[in-house]
Design a protein around this ligand. Sequence first.
Ligand SMILES: C[S@@+](CC[C@H](N)C(=O)[O-])C[C@H]1O[C@@H](n2cnc3c(N)ncnc32)[C@H](O)[C@@H]1O
Length: 277
Amino acid sequence: MAGESRQQSDPVVRPPVWETYGPADLSAVPVFSGGFINFGYWKGVDLEGPLTEADRIRSEQDLYRHVLDAAGPHKGQVMEVGCGLGVGCALALEEYRPARITGVDIHPQQLRRARDVNAPLLEARPDRLRFALGAAESLPFGDGEFDCLYSVEAAQHFPDLFAFAREAARVLRPGGRVAVASFFTVDGTPAQADRLAGLLDSYANGLDIARPVSQLADALTGSGLVDVRTRSIGPQVWPGWDRWLSRLWEPGTWPRNFLAAWEERVLDYYVVTATRP
Ligand SMILES: C[S@@+](CC[C@H](N)C(=O)[O-])C[C@H]1O[C@@H](n2cnc3c(N)ncnc32)[C@H](O)[C@@H]1O
């Protein structure tokens, strides 16, 4: 565990999540850039021409912007669940100007990186940005403390979407908004879990969990949230992500199968939004 001491009260981290975001530090893998760990939102990027590092970082930032636009407005207290290195929290703070952003992540090593990467901002504006160790299924905050809760490419790891939805509803104030961007299986496609485990190592090893997107929508509705909406953003994610991957991964290697899973209509990338009445 790389010298990290864990307290008994710390949330339980599933082994593939512990490994991927701890010792293996996915943020340092060359297909991710700028401290972000997401596939990116590639609208407006010319996928026919050569892609640059700047295109890649912009795609990861634009995924945040897309989710934050869907979640808005963000005047008050905002929480990001599964914040990783917290660079998306910093973007949200600078571009959307809420009163404060709280970045929550289950992995203590990710939080350490987040505090290191954002040290100048944390020092300059301790009233505007903070990071907290916590699980999506058991958020370490009181009822009704937040105006907005968003999550970018983390929910594919959450073991219990119903517990997450209950927690999201609990910590939001009346009128508060939630926006979740992640990949889920497509409703109505049979045997997705087996197919995904065959195509993608991240499903075979349990890092990502196969669930239909309707499970999250149902969980949010069942938790009392209203105006629950699900939108596919697959066309803006998968072709660009695969084009970027092609710089490092040959056709037929497992990460290139994300595009195949989307083309087979097994997997898609979604933004799900809801409001606390
Ligand atoms: C793919 S990274 C995304 C990080 C960041 N949102 C970004 O886009 O750069 C997923 C993050 O979710 C965190 N995570 C995984 N399971 C979680 C859970 N149950 N509760 C909170 N965070 C979790 C991981 O530790 C990791 O930092």
